[in-house]
Write a protein that binds this ligand. Structure first.
Ligand code: G3I
Length: 300
């Protein structure tokens, strides 16, 4: 196959990208999007600050633009993200305790209901674990509402949209380490108690290479009975093309790895300013990393 999406589809997988609503008028950007990708994530437009700027007042304009573009071009959508300690609207940042808990769950219910039946998966909770060696939760006002906030969010999301796969998503979880093991233990606990979780997202913001145990780490989560997804892939550094191929091969080697999403299209679209971590250069030309991903997908 000659495009990323079609090549991934040969093994039943998807190949996606993050999309910014403000770029849907850029013809170079849209041409690549429409040609290469068959899954779309809103880079910012479905986050809490964007969708509920004032408490109880919802705004789906940016998210809907992206969803409508995707659907009308035959692409699926990953929803990102229902609850995240960053990009909380100001009113939520100023809340704590049971008041905040109620607002959080209402947010999950309202947004998941708006997009009911329209998204393939939701990042229900994003980045709730701490960096470093503790393996524990990250402190935030969300966490301070009680350790059960994550499972409560997953239950609320399932009730609102039973058809969406519900994911936990995080970064620095790309190999076996204290943080990924903390998440692994949570997922195992959720599965054993029937908390509705279907997938784990590995953001994979990488420099030069993936950890040597990248595939093994995906596999141990898959062995818990959840789908694994590579959700925000970008790789900087001189070994970029090899590293992209290694990540692609790792996903292909794990039966429950459903697909790969890169976090933007052109290097100039990336949040990592100056890192040039994506598959297309600023002019929209394919980079060596593009060819190595396409070759890896085609040799599966
Ligand atoms: O839209 C406003 C604009 O009106 C304002 O003038 C401008 C001034 O700063 O800011 C614009 O908003 C920015 C927004 O991106 C849209 O460009 C925010 O400041 C900026 O913080 C925001 O950054 C996003 C970041 O998440 C927020 O933490 C990045 O685009 C986005 O790529 C990044 O994505 C995250 C994932 O959601 C979760 N995983 C990590 C990943 C990278 O940080």
């Amino acid at each position: 196959a000659s495009t990323l999406g079609a090549a991934a589809a040969q093994s039943g997988r998807y190949f996606g990208t993050a999309v910014a609503a403000g770029k849907l008028g850029d013809s170079t950007y849209v041409n690549i999007l429409n040609r290469e990708f068959n899954m779309v994530t809103a880079e910012n437009e479905m986050k809490w600050d964007a969708t509920e700027p004032n408490r109880g007042q919802f705004n789906y304009s940016g998210g809907d633009r992206i969803l409508n573009h995707a659907v009308s071009n035959g692409k699926r959508v990953r929803g990102h993200a229902l609850l995240w300690y960053q990009q909380e609207p100001g009113w939520a940042q100023r809340m704590e305790g049971s008041d905040l808990r109620q607002a959080m769950m209402n947010h999950v219910t309202q947004v998941a209901t708006h997009y009911k039946g329209k998204v393939y998966a939701w990042d229900v909770v994003n980045e709730a674990f701490a960096d470093g060696g503790s393996g524990g939760r990250r402190d935030s006002n969300l966490q301070r509402t009680g350790n059960d906030w994550i499972e409560a969010a997953f239950r609320a999301a399932r009730a609102a949209d039973p058809g969406a796969k519900l994911c936990y998503n995080d970064y620095n979880t790309d190999g076996v380490n204290a943080k990924s093991t903390g998440i692994y233990n949570m997922v195992r606990d959720f599965k054993s108690r029937g908390v509705p979780i279907d997938c784990v997202g590995f953001q994979s913001h990488l420099t030069n290479s993936a950890p040597g145990d990248y595939q093994a780490n995906l596999q141990r989560f898959a062995d818990l009975g959840v789908e694994v997804q590579i959700t925000e892939l970008d790789i900087s550094g001189s070994n970029q093309a090899n590293a992209y191929a290694a990540v692609t091969r790792a996903c292909l080697a794990v039966a429950r790895c459903a697909g790969i999403t890169t976090w933007g299209i052109r290097d100039t679209d990336s949040w990592r300013t100056g890192a040039n971590p994506l598959l297309f250069d600023g002019n929209g030309n394919k980079k060596p990393a593009y060819n190595s991903v396409l070759d890896a997908l085609n040799s599966a």
